[in-house]
Design a protein around this ligand. Structure first.
Ligand code: TUI
Length: 309
């Protein structure tokens, strides 16, 4: 399934791994690519040296295609674009902003661009640019920085609005979500939350436990008042952040409180005072397994669901 995306990206299954800041590194990306999906290194807010190092390590761990996810709010975004070009990375996924400034440079160097978009208006703005070969349409069920429209509503509207392939993200973790996404017109899927508990994912043990113990109602959205809504698993940090928002804290105060919170959870494993970003589908994610098993399970489940329709 997903022939169009598989041919476009030269991968075996139309399954893209989410570019989770501070989490998606060479180990996760190479494991997903070796299992037939598209592995993704997340540049997040990391400096150029870290991204170059991860790209080189990924090349030593897989011969298959992989991508770099560029988070456009990063202070190092210019350097990361240079790193991608200098290291000959062929696929870039962009998030959290408008990559408009970098299309020309990336396109001139033959880099395929796949912007993540949260809305139809963003989708239409993106497809006007050369080099954009597909879109990731991300519903508000997703973890991390989100838009306001849910996947079930967003996908068909974006599919109708553009004439390039659309990859669905947000709330997808098994064959049922994959089949639903394809029924809505998607040509591929992107998974973040389910890969958080992969054996090859280097996120802290406490973080994985939060995801494995989550229920359907375990997430909440912080930062809606700052213009950067972020879906996280409810914990002390989220409670404190939202109470600050309810008491009309300034954007500066909120951003100061939020800064470094993702790293606190991911790297230091402080999942009470850190920001544990995860999607609403965390309640479905119950099993630790390898990237290969995750992908195989999803593909087999997809086939069974489609046959049962
Ligand atoms: O045109 C504009 O400037 C606004 O356009 C956009 C607005 C939002 C988006 C968007 C929403 N979701 C995504 C892709 N997903 C993500 O980017 N998810 C993320 N998770 C954690 C992140 S780290 C972070 C987050 C917020 C503030 C600071 N740092 S980024 N892109 C894309 C374009």
């Amino acid at each position: 399934f997903g022939r169009v995306i598989c041919d476009l990206l030269e991968i075996e299954y139309p399954i893209i791994q989410g570019g989770m800041a501070w989490i998606a590194d060479c180990d996760l990306a190479s494991s997903v690519s070796n299992a037939g999906g598209l592995g993704v290194i997340a540049a997040g807010n990391a400096p150029k040296e870290w991204v170059v190092d991860q790209i080189r390590k990924t090349k030593s761990l897989t011969d298959k295609p992989f991508a770099v996810n560029i988070m456009l709010l990063s202070p190092f975004v210019e350097d990361v674009v240079d790193a991608v070009i200098e290291e000959g990375v062929k696929i870039v996924i962009t998030g959290a902003g408008n990559p408009g400034k970098y299309f020309k440079k990336l396109n001139e160097n033959g880099v395929k661009i796949i912007p993540v978009v949260p809305s139809v208006s963003q989708a239409i703005r993106m497809v006007r640019n050369d080099g954009v070969i597909a879109l990731v349409a991300e519903g508000a069920e997703a973890g991390g920085h989100i838009g306001v429209t849910n996947t079930m509503s967003l996908i068909p509207q974006i599919v109708d609005a553009v004439d390039i392939p659309v990859i669905a993200a947000g709330g997808i973790a098994d064959g049922r979500g994959a089949a639903a996404a394809f029924c809505l017109g998607a040509s591929g899927i992107q998974l973040g939350t389910r890969f958080l508990v992969a054996d090859e994912c280097n996120v802290s043990e406490g973080y994985k436990k939060k995801v494995l113990d989550a229920k359907d109602t375990s997430t909440t959205v912080t930062g809606a008042t700052t213009g950067h809504p972020v879906r996280v698993i409810k914990n002390k940090f989220a409670k404190k952040f939202k109470s600050l928002e309810d008491n009309n804290a300034s954007v500066e105060e909120l951003e100061k409180f939020g800064a470094g919170s993702l790293r606190l959870a991911v790297v230091d494993g402080d999942v009470d005072n850190g920001s544990v970003m995860a999607g609403q589908i965390a309640g479905l994610v119950k099993k630790r397994e390898t990237c290969k098993d995750i992908i195989q399970d999803l593909v087999e489940h997809y086939r069974a669901v489609v046959e049962s329709l």
